[in-house]
Structures are given as structure tokens and as C-alpha cells.
Design a protein around this ligand. Sequence first.
Ligand SMILES: [Zn+2]
Ligand SMILES: [Zn+2]
Length: 228
Amino acid sequence: MSHAGVSRSVAVMTAFMMKTDQLTFEKAYENLRTVKPEAKMNEEFERQLKLYQAMGCEVDTSSAIYKQYRLQKVTEKYPELRRLPQELFAVDPTTGSQGLKDDEVLYKCRKCRRSLFRSSSILDHSGGSGPVAFAHKRMSPSFTHVTGSQAQCTSYFIEPVQWMEPALLGVMDGQLLCPKCSAKLGSFSWCGEQCSCGRWVTPALQIHKNRVDETKMLPGLGSQTRKT
Ligand SMILES: [Zn+2]
Ligand SMILES: [Zn+2]
């Protein structure tokens, strides 16, 4: 296993001990190294675990933090990343098997209009300000720079979507390209990337806000509905 892989598995185990045994980061890491003296993690993971501790080790299964954690565990379980469990991927919005919910927003490639992901796939990393930050946004992305904490983030961090799978397998990082027109949309790294707001997101799949447009689906279009 690569050095980065070992470091990550140590970090994930430490996080698990912090949560289940309610230990501080220092204590959990110390305990782990008593059992596995060779266990070591890099400074970036230490920093993230201290952040995790600062948030009270709270994990809500629907939260962005949990989805991130699940992604991290996957990178440990599948260190080669040659195949990933399908439940990890959000359904490709172009497959149309699921209609858009009322308050959901669809994000499309700005260049070719291909549907890329739904607002429910966005993993908010502001640590508490929550989904509100993504609601009621103006249609023109140029307005998103005006107010609020989200103004600092120039990218959406999202969960993996089915069309990304070929790009994600077998490599630690790379570009995310539009599956239709190959326009560059963003990048990903299983080791994490830093958002423009300063926060680390691990693993990171980021889509630049200025490469996509928001679309609110109108009732009766695109999804089946019984109401008239
Ligand atoms: Zn495109
Ligand atoms: Zn940010």
C-alpha cells in the first residue's frame, strides 16, 4: 500500500475511535499507536481530525460530513480504486429515472447544456450554515458572488455522479470533464483539495461555479406528474 494510503487508513481509524470511544484526537491517535506502533498519518489528516473534533465528532447520515466520511472509507477499502460501489454514485440526471423534487435545482454544462448534477448532490462544507446557503439563488451565477459566506467558494463540492466513474477509477486525482462536450468543469482528488474559502475537503470533487448553469425544472417538464 502506498504511503498516502497508509496515512489515510490511520486517519480513518483514528476518527472512528474519536467518535465511538469519545476520545480526543491526541488520545485516539496515541491508543492506535500503542496497538499499531507503525501507524502514522500526515499533517493534513491531523489537521482535519482536529477540525472533526472541533465539530464535536457529530455525524448526521444525511449530512455532507457523513458523505465525505463514507467517501473516505471507500478510498481505504478500495485503495486501488479500480472499482467503486455503485451506491456511492448519484444517479446521472440525464437517465431521467427520478424526477426533480420541487425545490431541487439542476446544474447543466454551460457550454453544451448537458445535465450534470442535482442540488441534492452538493456537499456543503461550511460546517453548519447548511443547505440554506444553496437555496433561493438567483438564476444568473454572476449574482452568487454578491452576498453571504458562499461567495467565498468558487466551486461546488459534490458527491460522485455516475458519468464521472470512468474518470475516477484507478487514479488519485485528475480533471472532471463534461461527458458530452469535454469542457473542463473542475477537478477531483481522493486526497482532498482546498476550497477557495480556505476549507479542506477530502476527498474532493469540485465543479467550478462558472462552468455550470442552474436550472429549475418547471412542473410538467422532464418529470412525470399526476397533477395538472
Ligand atoms: Zn458540456
Ligand atoms: Zn468553500
